[in-house]
Write a protein that binds this ligand. Structure first.
Ligand SMILES: [Zn+2]
Length: 270
């Protein structure tokens, strides 16, 4: 794990700020954004300390999601574990203890950046609305033990895995995050972010290949066929939903998630 501390790290009244890239080694956008930031003129203008963390360097170098186990399924981890990501999870939690933290991911399902969070708070909503994100997927009650479940942690899914656009989106989000957290000077405009509450996972049959016929964050009406298998089976929506992380190839056993659209994120957390 690479940890770059800018400024003098000290405990103050305001929570410290951290950014984490390469939680998954095959999603380089966050690490690229951090490296670009570190060589930019912005580092001369910081107003308070920030930690920039490239979490899974070994997986990043190998271009794989993880070495031994998925880091984002390994929290809280074990400091003396032989399993690389178990140890990394414990080390990462120690580094970001008390911090307001932005994590970076990327997907095979959606080109535009969007936020993920759980248990919205006014702080999380403020961050999401400061970042250039039209959508935020809320996984409250659907996942646990992940970074998104930490009380001051939010994520950006920056775009397609390995794309230059994802690295560019991650950089724009990094700058906006540092501005809204007062690490960097300058106003950041608040942009409305629509809040989608994830309901449940859509599972795949492992012996089938799927085609997806709908777009993420676009309403699927009840009765619509949203995916088909090569065997000709149709997946039909029982009720209307908004797809999140829906893709034919993103995951072995999950096609994606069903969500409902709630409204503006800021309205839910106030
Ligand atoms: Zn990821």
């Amino acid at each position: 794990m690479r940890v770059e501390v800018l400024g003098t790290w000290e405990t103050t009244d305001t929570p410290p700020v951290a950014v984490v890239g390469a939680i998954h080694g095959d999603e380089p956008c966050g690490a690229r954004a951090i490296e670009r930031f570190l060589t930019s003129a912005f580092v001369e203008t910081i107003r308070r300390p920030v930690k920039l963390i490239i979490a899974n360097e070994r997986a990043l170098a190998a271009g794989t999601r993880y070495v031994d186990a998925d880091l984002n399924r390994s929290f809280p981890g074990t400091a003396d574990s032989d399993v690389h990501e178990e140890q990394l999870a414990a080390d990462l939690l120690e580094e970001i203890a008390g911090c307001v933290t932005l994590g970076f991911h990327s997907t095979v399902s959606f080109a535009e950046p969007f936020g993920t969070l759980a248990d919205p708070t006014p702080l999380k909503a403020t961050i999401m609305e400061a970042l250039p994100l039209a959508h935020a997927a809320d996984f409250s009650g659907v996942v646990d033990g992940r970074s998104v479940n930490l009380p001051r942690f939010v994520n950006v899914e920056a775009g397609y895995q390995g794309s230059d656009t994802a690295a560019e989106n991650a950089y724009e989000c990094l700058l906006a995050f540092l501005r809204v957290m007062d690490v960097l000077p300058g106003e950041v405009p608040s942009t409305p972010t629509t809040h989608y509450l994830v309901q449940d996972a859509i599972h795949k049959a492992t012996d089938q290949t799927y085609r997806v016929h709908v777009d993420n964050f676009e309403r699927v009406a009840a009765g619509n066929v949203f995916a088909t298998t090569t065997a000709g089976e149709e997946l039909v929506a029982d009720e209307e939903f908004w797809p999140v992380l829906l893709s034919a190839t993103g995951h072995d056993v999950l096609l994606g998630y069903r969500s409902i659209r709630l409204g503006k994120l800021g309205d839910a957390s106030s």
